[in-house]
Structure formats: structure tokens, C-alpha cells
Write a protein that binds this ligand. Structure first.
Ligand code: FAD
Ligand code: PYC
Length: 417
């Protein structure tokens, strides 16, 4: 029977430092061996473990996380979910993910607060509008909802945007994906962790992988800060540190790691009901259910692992946001942070097998992998369980960097990188 929490039990728990709080998942110690080890306890790693157990009945699985669940990009992102990518390959995988989002709370029995409030991509020049129309037509051909809006439509939808013709960034129109929106990022990590744990997956926090054990060209386990753990299948899902972990198995990835920043304001009454993005000004904004404005920019252009970022990005970002939304000029910012995003030259992920048998990798989602969390876990579980990529992730093999079959999604990435 489910435990009920009264206001008194919540107060009692608060006063006892949550000593009797029921844990959402077990705190597991590592076993000597597993069928599958997933390195990285972000949303993608946890979703992979969940679908391995749920869809393929493979539950002798450990998720190894060097810090805490969701402490990486999963808990640092600005939570925008959409599937309006240009090329068929990306459109299919992001749309699969969006479909999974639509029933995710029911599926994992955890409210991830997925809110389909619409995502607007603004156009400021004739060329922007041509790109928007092209992408919108491509989305339509892939069965993905997308509308092209005029300036007047945008003004009706978001009246606080400066849509006047003499604005510094005149708005000539926009694309709107109504099924896009936002979700609660921490809940996604917690929900997948709890659901995977209930199916028997071990979630092991504070367990850093320090090496990858190989035997005659095949993976045989991992070295960790908590000892050696054996497994004949290992998945690397360590956004921000994909290259360093892949290097442990002698693999070199076509990936650059950049800081990506975000910031939130003091809470305001509800005023912005749609996500608004502008590639041209490198700024995007939404309002959280708490009332905070959630704001982000493009990547810091240098490579590095410091989760901070430089002030000049914030300055440029906020001046653009204030040009678009003059009403926000006196809003105070509360917090700023950075995450490290792994970026491939074609702004698309790498999902599939590696040259080391039994070793799989899922990385390179750059600035846009939150929206892919369920879809990425779903295809990666299929790939590990069957030893073969699913049709949805086959185009995202690392081999494309040898064959030249790149899928350039810089335009749809939404955030410059
Ligand atoms: P993570 O959550 O980073 O998980 C990887 C985990 O691996 C980490 O927890 C890390 O601690 C762990 N790890 C690393 N090395 C090791 C090791 N050696 N041993 C064990 N564990 C290890 N995407 C969108 O779609 N929409 C957005 O609005 C959006 N906004 C963003 C805003 C910001 C500021 C940032 C930084 C990113 C944003 N993204 C967005 C991108 C998105 O956050 C990521 O693509 C996605 O969260 C990656 O998920 P993940 O589970 O792969 O990675
Ligand atoms: O991919 O939509 C996106 C995104 C928005 C902000 C960061 N990434």
C-alpha cells in the first residue's frame, strides 16, 4: 500500500532532517559482476537502464555515477523539449522521444511535469524566415507539427515581445511547435531512477569509473573508485566527459567539450506562457512553474571542463533578451550556472557500438540532449540488448565520420555551438 504523507508527517520529517523519509530508490553497493554496466547516472543513462529492464527483461544492470543522480547536465539544463529538426534522421529520433514524453509520467509513475506549452523559434531576417519555412515544411513531411507564424500571430501569442518594426531585432515571423514545451529536469532523473530501481537495477552513486577493462578486443568490466566491477556489456553515457571516458578504452572521439550557461530570475507572476527561442540573437527564455524566467545563450566558444562560463556571454545574452522583452529590463537575476556539453562537428549525437566489442557509447548531444532523454535511452537499450543499432539510431553511428554521412543540424540546434 502506498504511504500517505500528511502535513504533520512533512513537518516531522523536516524537523528530523528527513531521518524517516522513504528513499525513492535503494542505495546499492556494487556487486562483483553485472550483465550490463551503464557509466553515467544522468537522464540518458538512467533511461537506458530503465528500458533495458522494462523492454528487454535485462535487470542485472548497474548505473555507476561519479557524483549524484542528475548532478550533470540533466539537472543543469533549461528543459526545452521539441522535435522540429531539419533532417529525416534527427526528426525521427527526436519525434520518437517527444512521443515517449507524452506518456512518460504515466509510464514511470512519476510526475515529470511535462508541459506542452509550445516552442516558438523567432525569425528576424528574410533568410531566417526562409530557413524557418524550409524546416517547417520538412517537419510537415515527417508528420511533425509545425506552423509558420506572421509577426501579428507572434504579437497575439506573446504580447510582451517587442514586435514593432523599429525594434533592434525586428520579428518577421516565427515557427511554432505546439507539442513542444518543458519538463521538470530533476524529476526526470528521479523518476527514471526510481522506476529502474523497482525493476531491479542497481543505482550506485559516488562511484567514479577510472578505467575500462578489456580482454582480447572485448570489454570485460570497469575499474572504479569502489573497486573493479565485471560486465560483458558497458555503455558510456557521460555527457560532458565522453572523450575522457572513451579514452580509457583507447577511443578518440570527434567531440569538443564546451561550457554552456543558463540563469534564472527572481519569480514573477505568470507572464510568459510559451517558450521563446531566437537563434540569431543567441537567446531563449521560458517561465518556470515557480515563476522564474529561465534564460540561456549559446556555448562559450572555448573548450574546457569548468562548469562556470564567462561573463561576456551573460552580458550579450541578457542585452538581447531585454531588446526582445523590454518589460524584463528591471527583473533581477537570482542564479547562474554552467554545464559541459559535448559537441560533434555536425551537431548530432553518436549512439552505437564502438571498435571494442561489448562497449557502446551514447554522447555528443551538445546543447540539445534533454529533449532526447527518453528516446535516447530507448534506442540505446535496444542497441545494447540486441548488439545491433535500432533503425532510429543507425544513422548516428560513429562511422559517419569516416563515411562522410554527416547530418548537419546546426540550424535546428536552436543554441549556437
Ligand atoms: P548528464 O546528465 O550530464 O549525465 C552524465 C553523467 O555522467 C553525469 O552525472 C556525470 O557525473 C557522470 N560521469 C561523468 N564521468 C563519469 C565517470 N568517470 N564515472 C561515472 N560517472 C561519470 N537540452 C535540451 O534538449 N533542452 C534544453 O533546454 C537544454 N538546455 C541546456 C542548458 C544548459 C545550461 C546545459 C548545460 C545543457 C542543456 N541541454 C539542453 C543539453 C542537455 O542538458 C544534455 O544534452 C543532456 O542533459 C545530457 O544528458 P545525459 O544524461 O547524457 O548527461
Ligand atoms: O535544444 O532546444 C534546445 C535547447 C534550448 C536551450 C538549450 N537547448
Amino acid at each position: 500500500m502506498k504511504k500517505k504523507y500528511s502535513i504533520f508527517s512533512i513537518a516531522r520529517n523536516a524537523l528530523t532532517s528527513h531521518a524517516n523519509w522513504q528513499a525513492a530508490w535503494r542505495s546499492s553497493d556494487p556487486k562483483k559482476a553485472y550483465d550490463v554496466i551503464i557509466i553515467g547516472g544522468g537522464g540518458h543513462g538512467l533511461a537506458t537502464a530503465y528500458y533495458l529492464a522494462k523492454t528487454f527483461g535485462i535487470s542485472n544492470v548497474a548505473v555507476l555515477e561519479k557524483g549524484w543522480i542528475g548532478g550533470g547536465n540533466t539537472g543543469r539544463n533549461t528543459t526545452i523539449v521539441r522535435s522540429n529538426y531539419l533532417w529525416d534522421e534527427s526528426a525521427r529520433i527526436y519525434e520518437k522521444s517527444l512521443k515517449l514524453w507524452e506518456s512518460l509520467s504515466q509510464d514511470i509513475n512519476y510526475n515529470v511535469m511535462f508541459s506542452q506549452r509550445g516552442v516558438l523559434n523567432l525569425g528576424h531576417t528574410l533568410q531566417d524566415m526562409r530557413d524557418i519555412e524550409r524546416r517547417s515544411n520538412a517537419n510537415y513531411l515527417n508528420g511533425i507539427d509545425s506552423e509558420v507564424l506572421t509577426t501579428a500571430d507572434v504579437a497575439r501569442l506573446v504580447p510582451i515581445l517587442d514586435t514593432s518594426p523599429d525594434a533592434r531585432y525586428p520579428i518577421l515571423g516565427a515557427s511554432l511547435q505546439k507539442r513542444g514545451g518543458v519538463a521538470r529536469h530533476d524529476a526526470v532523473a528521479w523518476g527514471f531512477a526510481r522506476a529502474a530501481d523497482q525493476l531491479g537495477v542497481d543505482i550506485i552513486q559516488n562511484c567514479e569509473v577510472t578505467g575500462i577493462q578489456r580482454n582480447e578486443g572485448r570489454v570485460s568490466g570497469v575499474y572504479t573508485s569502489r573497486g573493479t566491477i565485471n560486465a560483458s556489456n558497458v555503455g558510456i553515457v557521460t555527457a560532458g566527459h565522453s572523450s575522457t571516458v572513451a579514452e580509457m578504452a583507447g577511443l578518440r572521439l570527434p567531440v569538443e567539450s564546451h561550457p554552456l550557461q543558463a540563469l534564472v530570475s527572481e519569480p514573477l507572476k505568470p507572464i510568459l506562457h510559451t517558450v521563446v527561442m531566437s537563434n540569431a540573437v543567441h537567446g531563449y527564455i521560458s517561465q518556470s512553474d515557480k515563476g522564474e524566467l529561465v534564460i540561456g545563450a549559446g556555448v562559450d566558444s572555448y573548450v574546457g571542463y569548468g562548469q562556470r562560463g564567462s561573463f561576456s556571454i551573460i552580458e550579450g545574452n541578457l542585452s538581447a533578451i531585454v531588446e526582445l522583452f523590454p518589460a524584463f529590463s528591471r527583473v533581477r537575476m537570482l542564479r547562474q550556472w554552467g554545464g559541459i556539453v559535448d559537441v560533434c562537428p555536425d551537431a548530432c549525437p553518436i549512439i552505437g557500438e564502438t571498435d571494442v566489442r561489448g562497449l557502446y557509447i551514447n554522447c555528443g548531444w551538445g546543447t540539445g540532449g534533454f529533449k532526447a532523454t527518453p528516446g535516447s535511452g530507448w534506442v540505446f537499450a535496444h542497441t545494447i540488448a540486441t548488439g545491433q543499432p535500432h533503425a532510429l539510431n543507425a544513422p548516428f553511428s560513429i562511422k559517419r565520420f569516416n563515411t562522410g554521412a554527416l547530418i548537419d543540424e546546426h540550424g535546428a540546434a536552436g543554441v549556437a555551438h
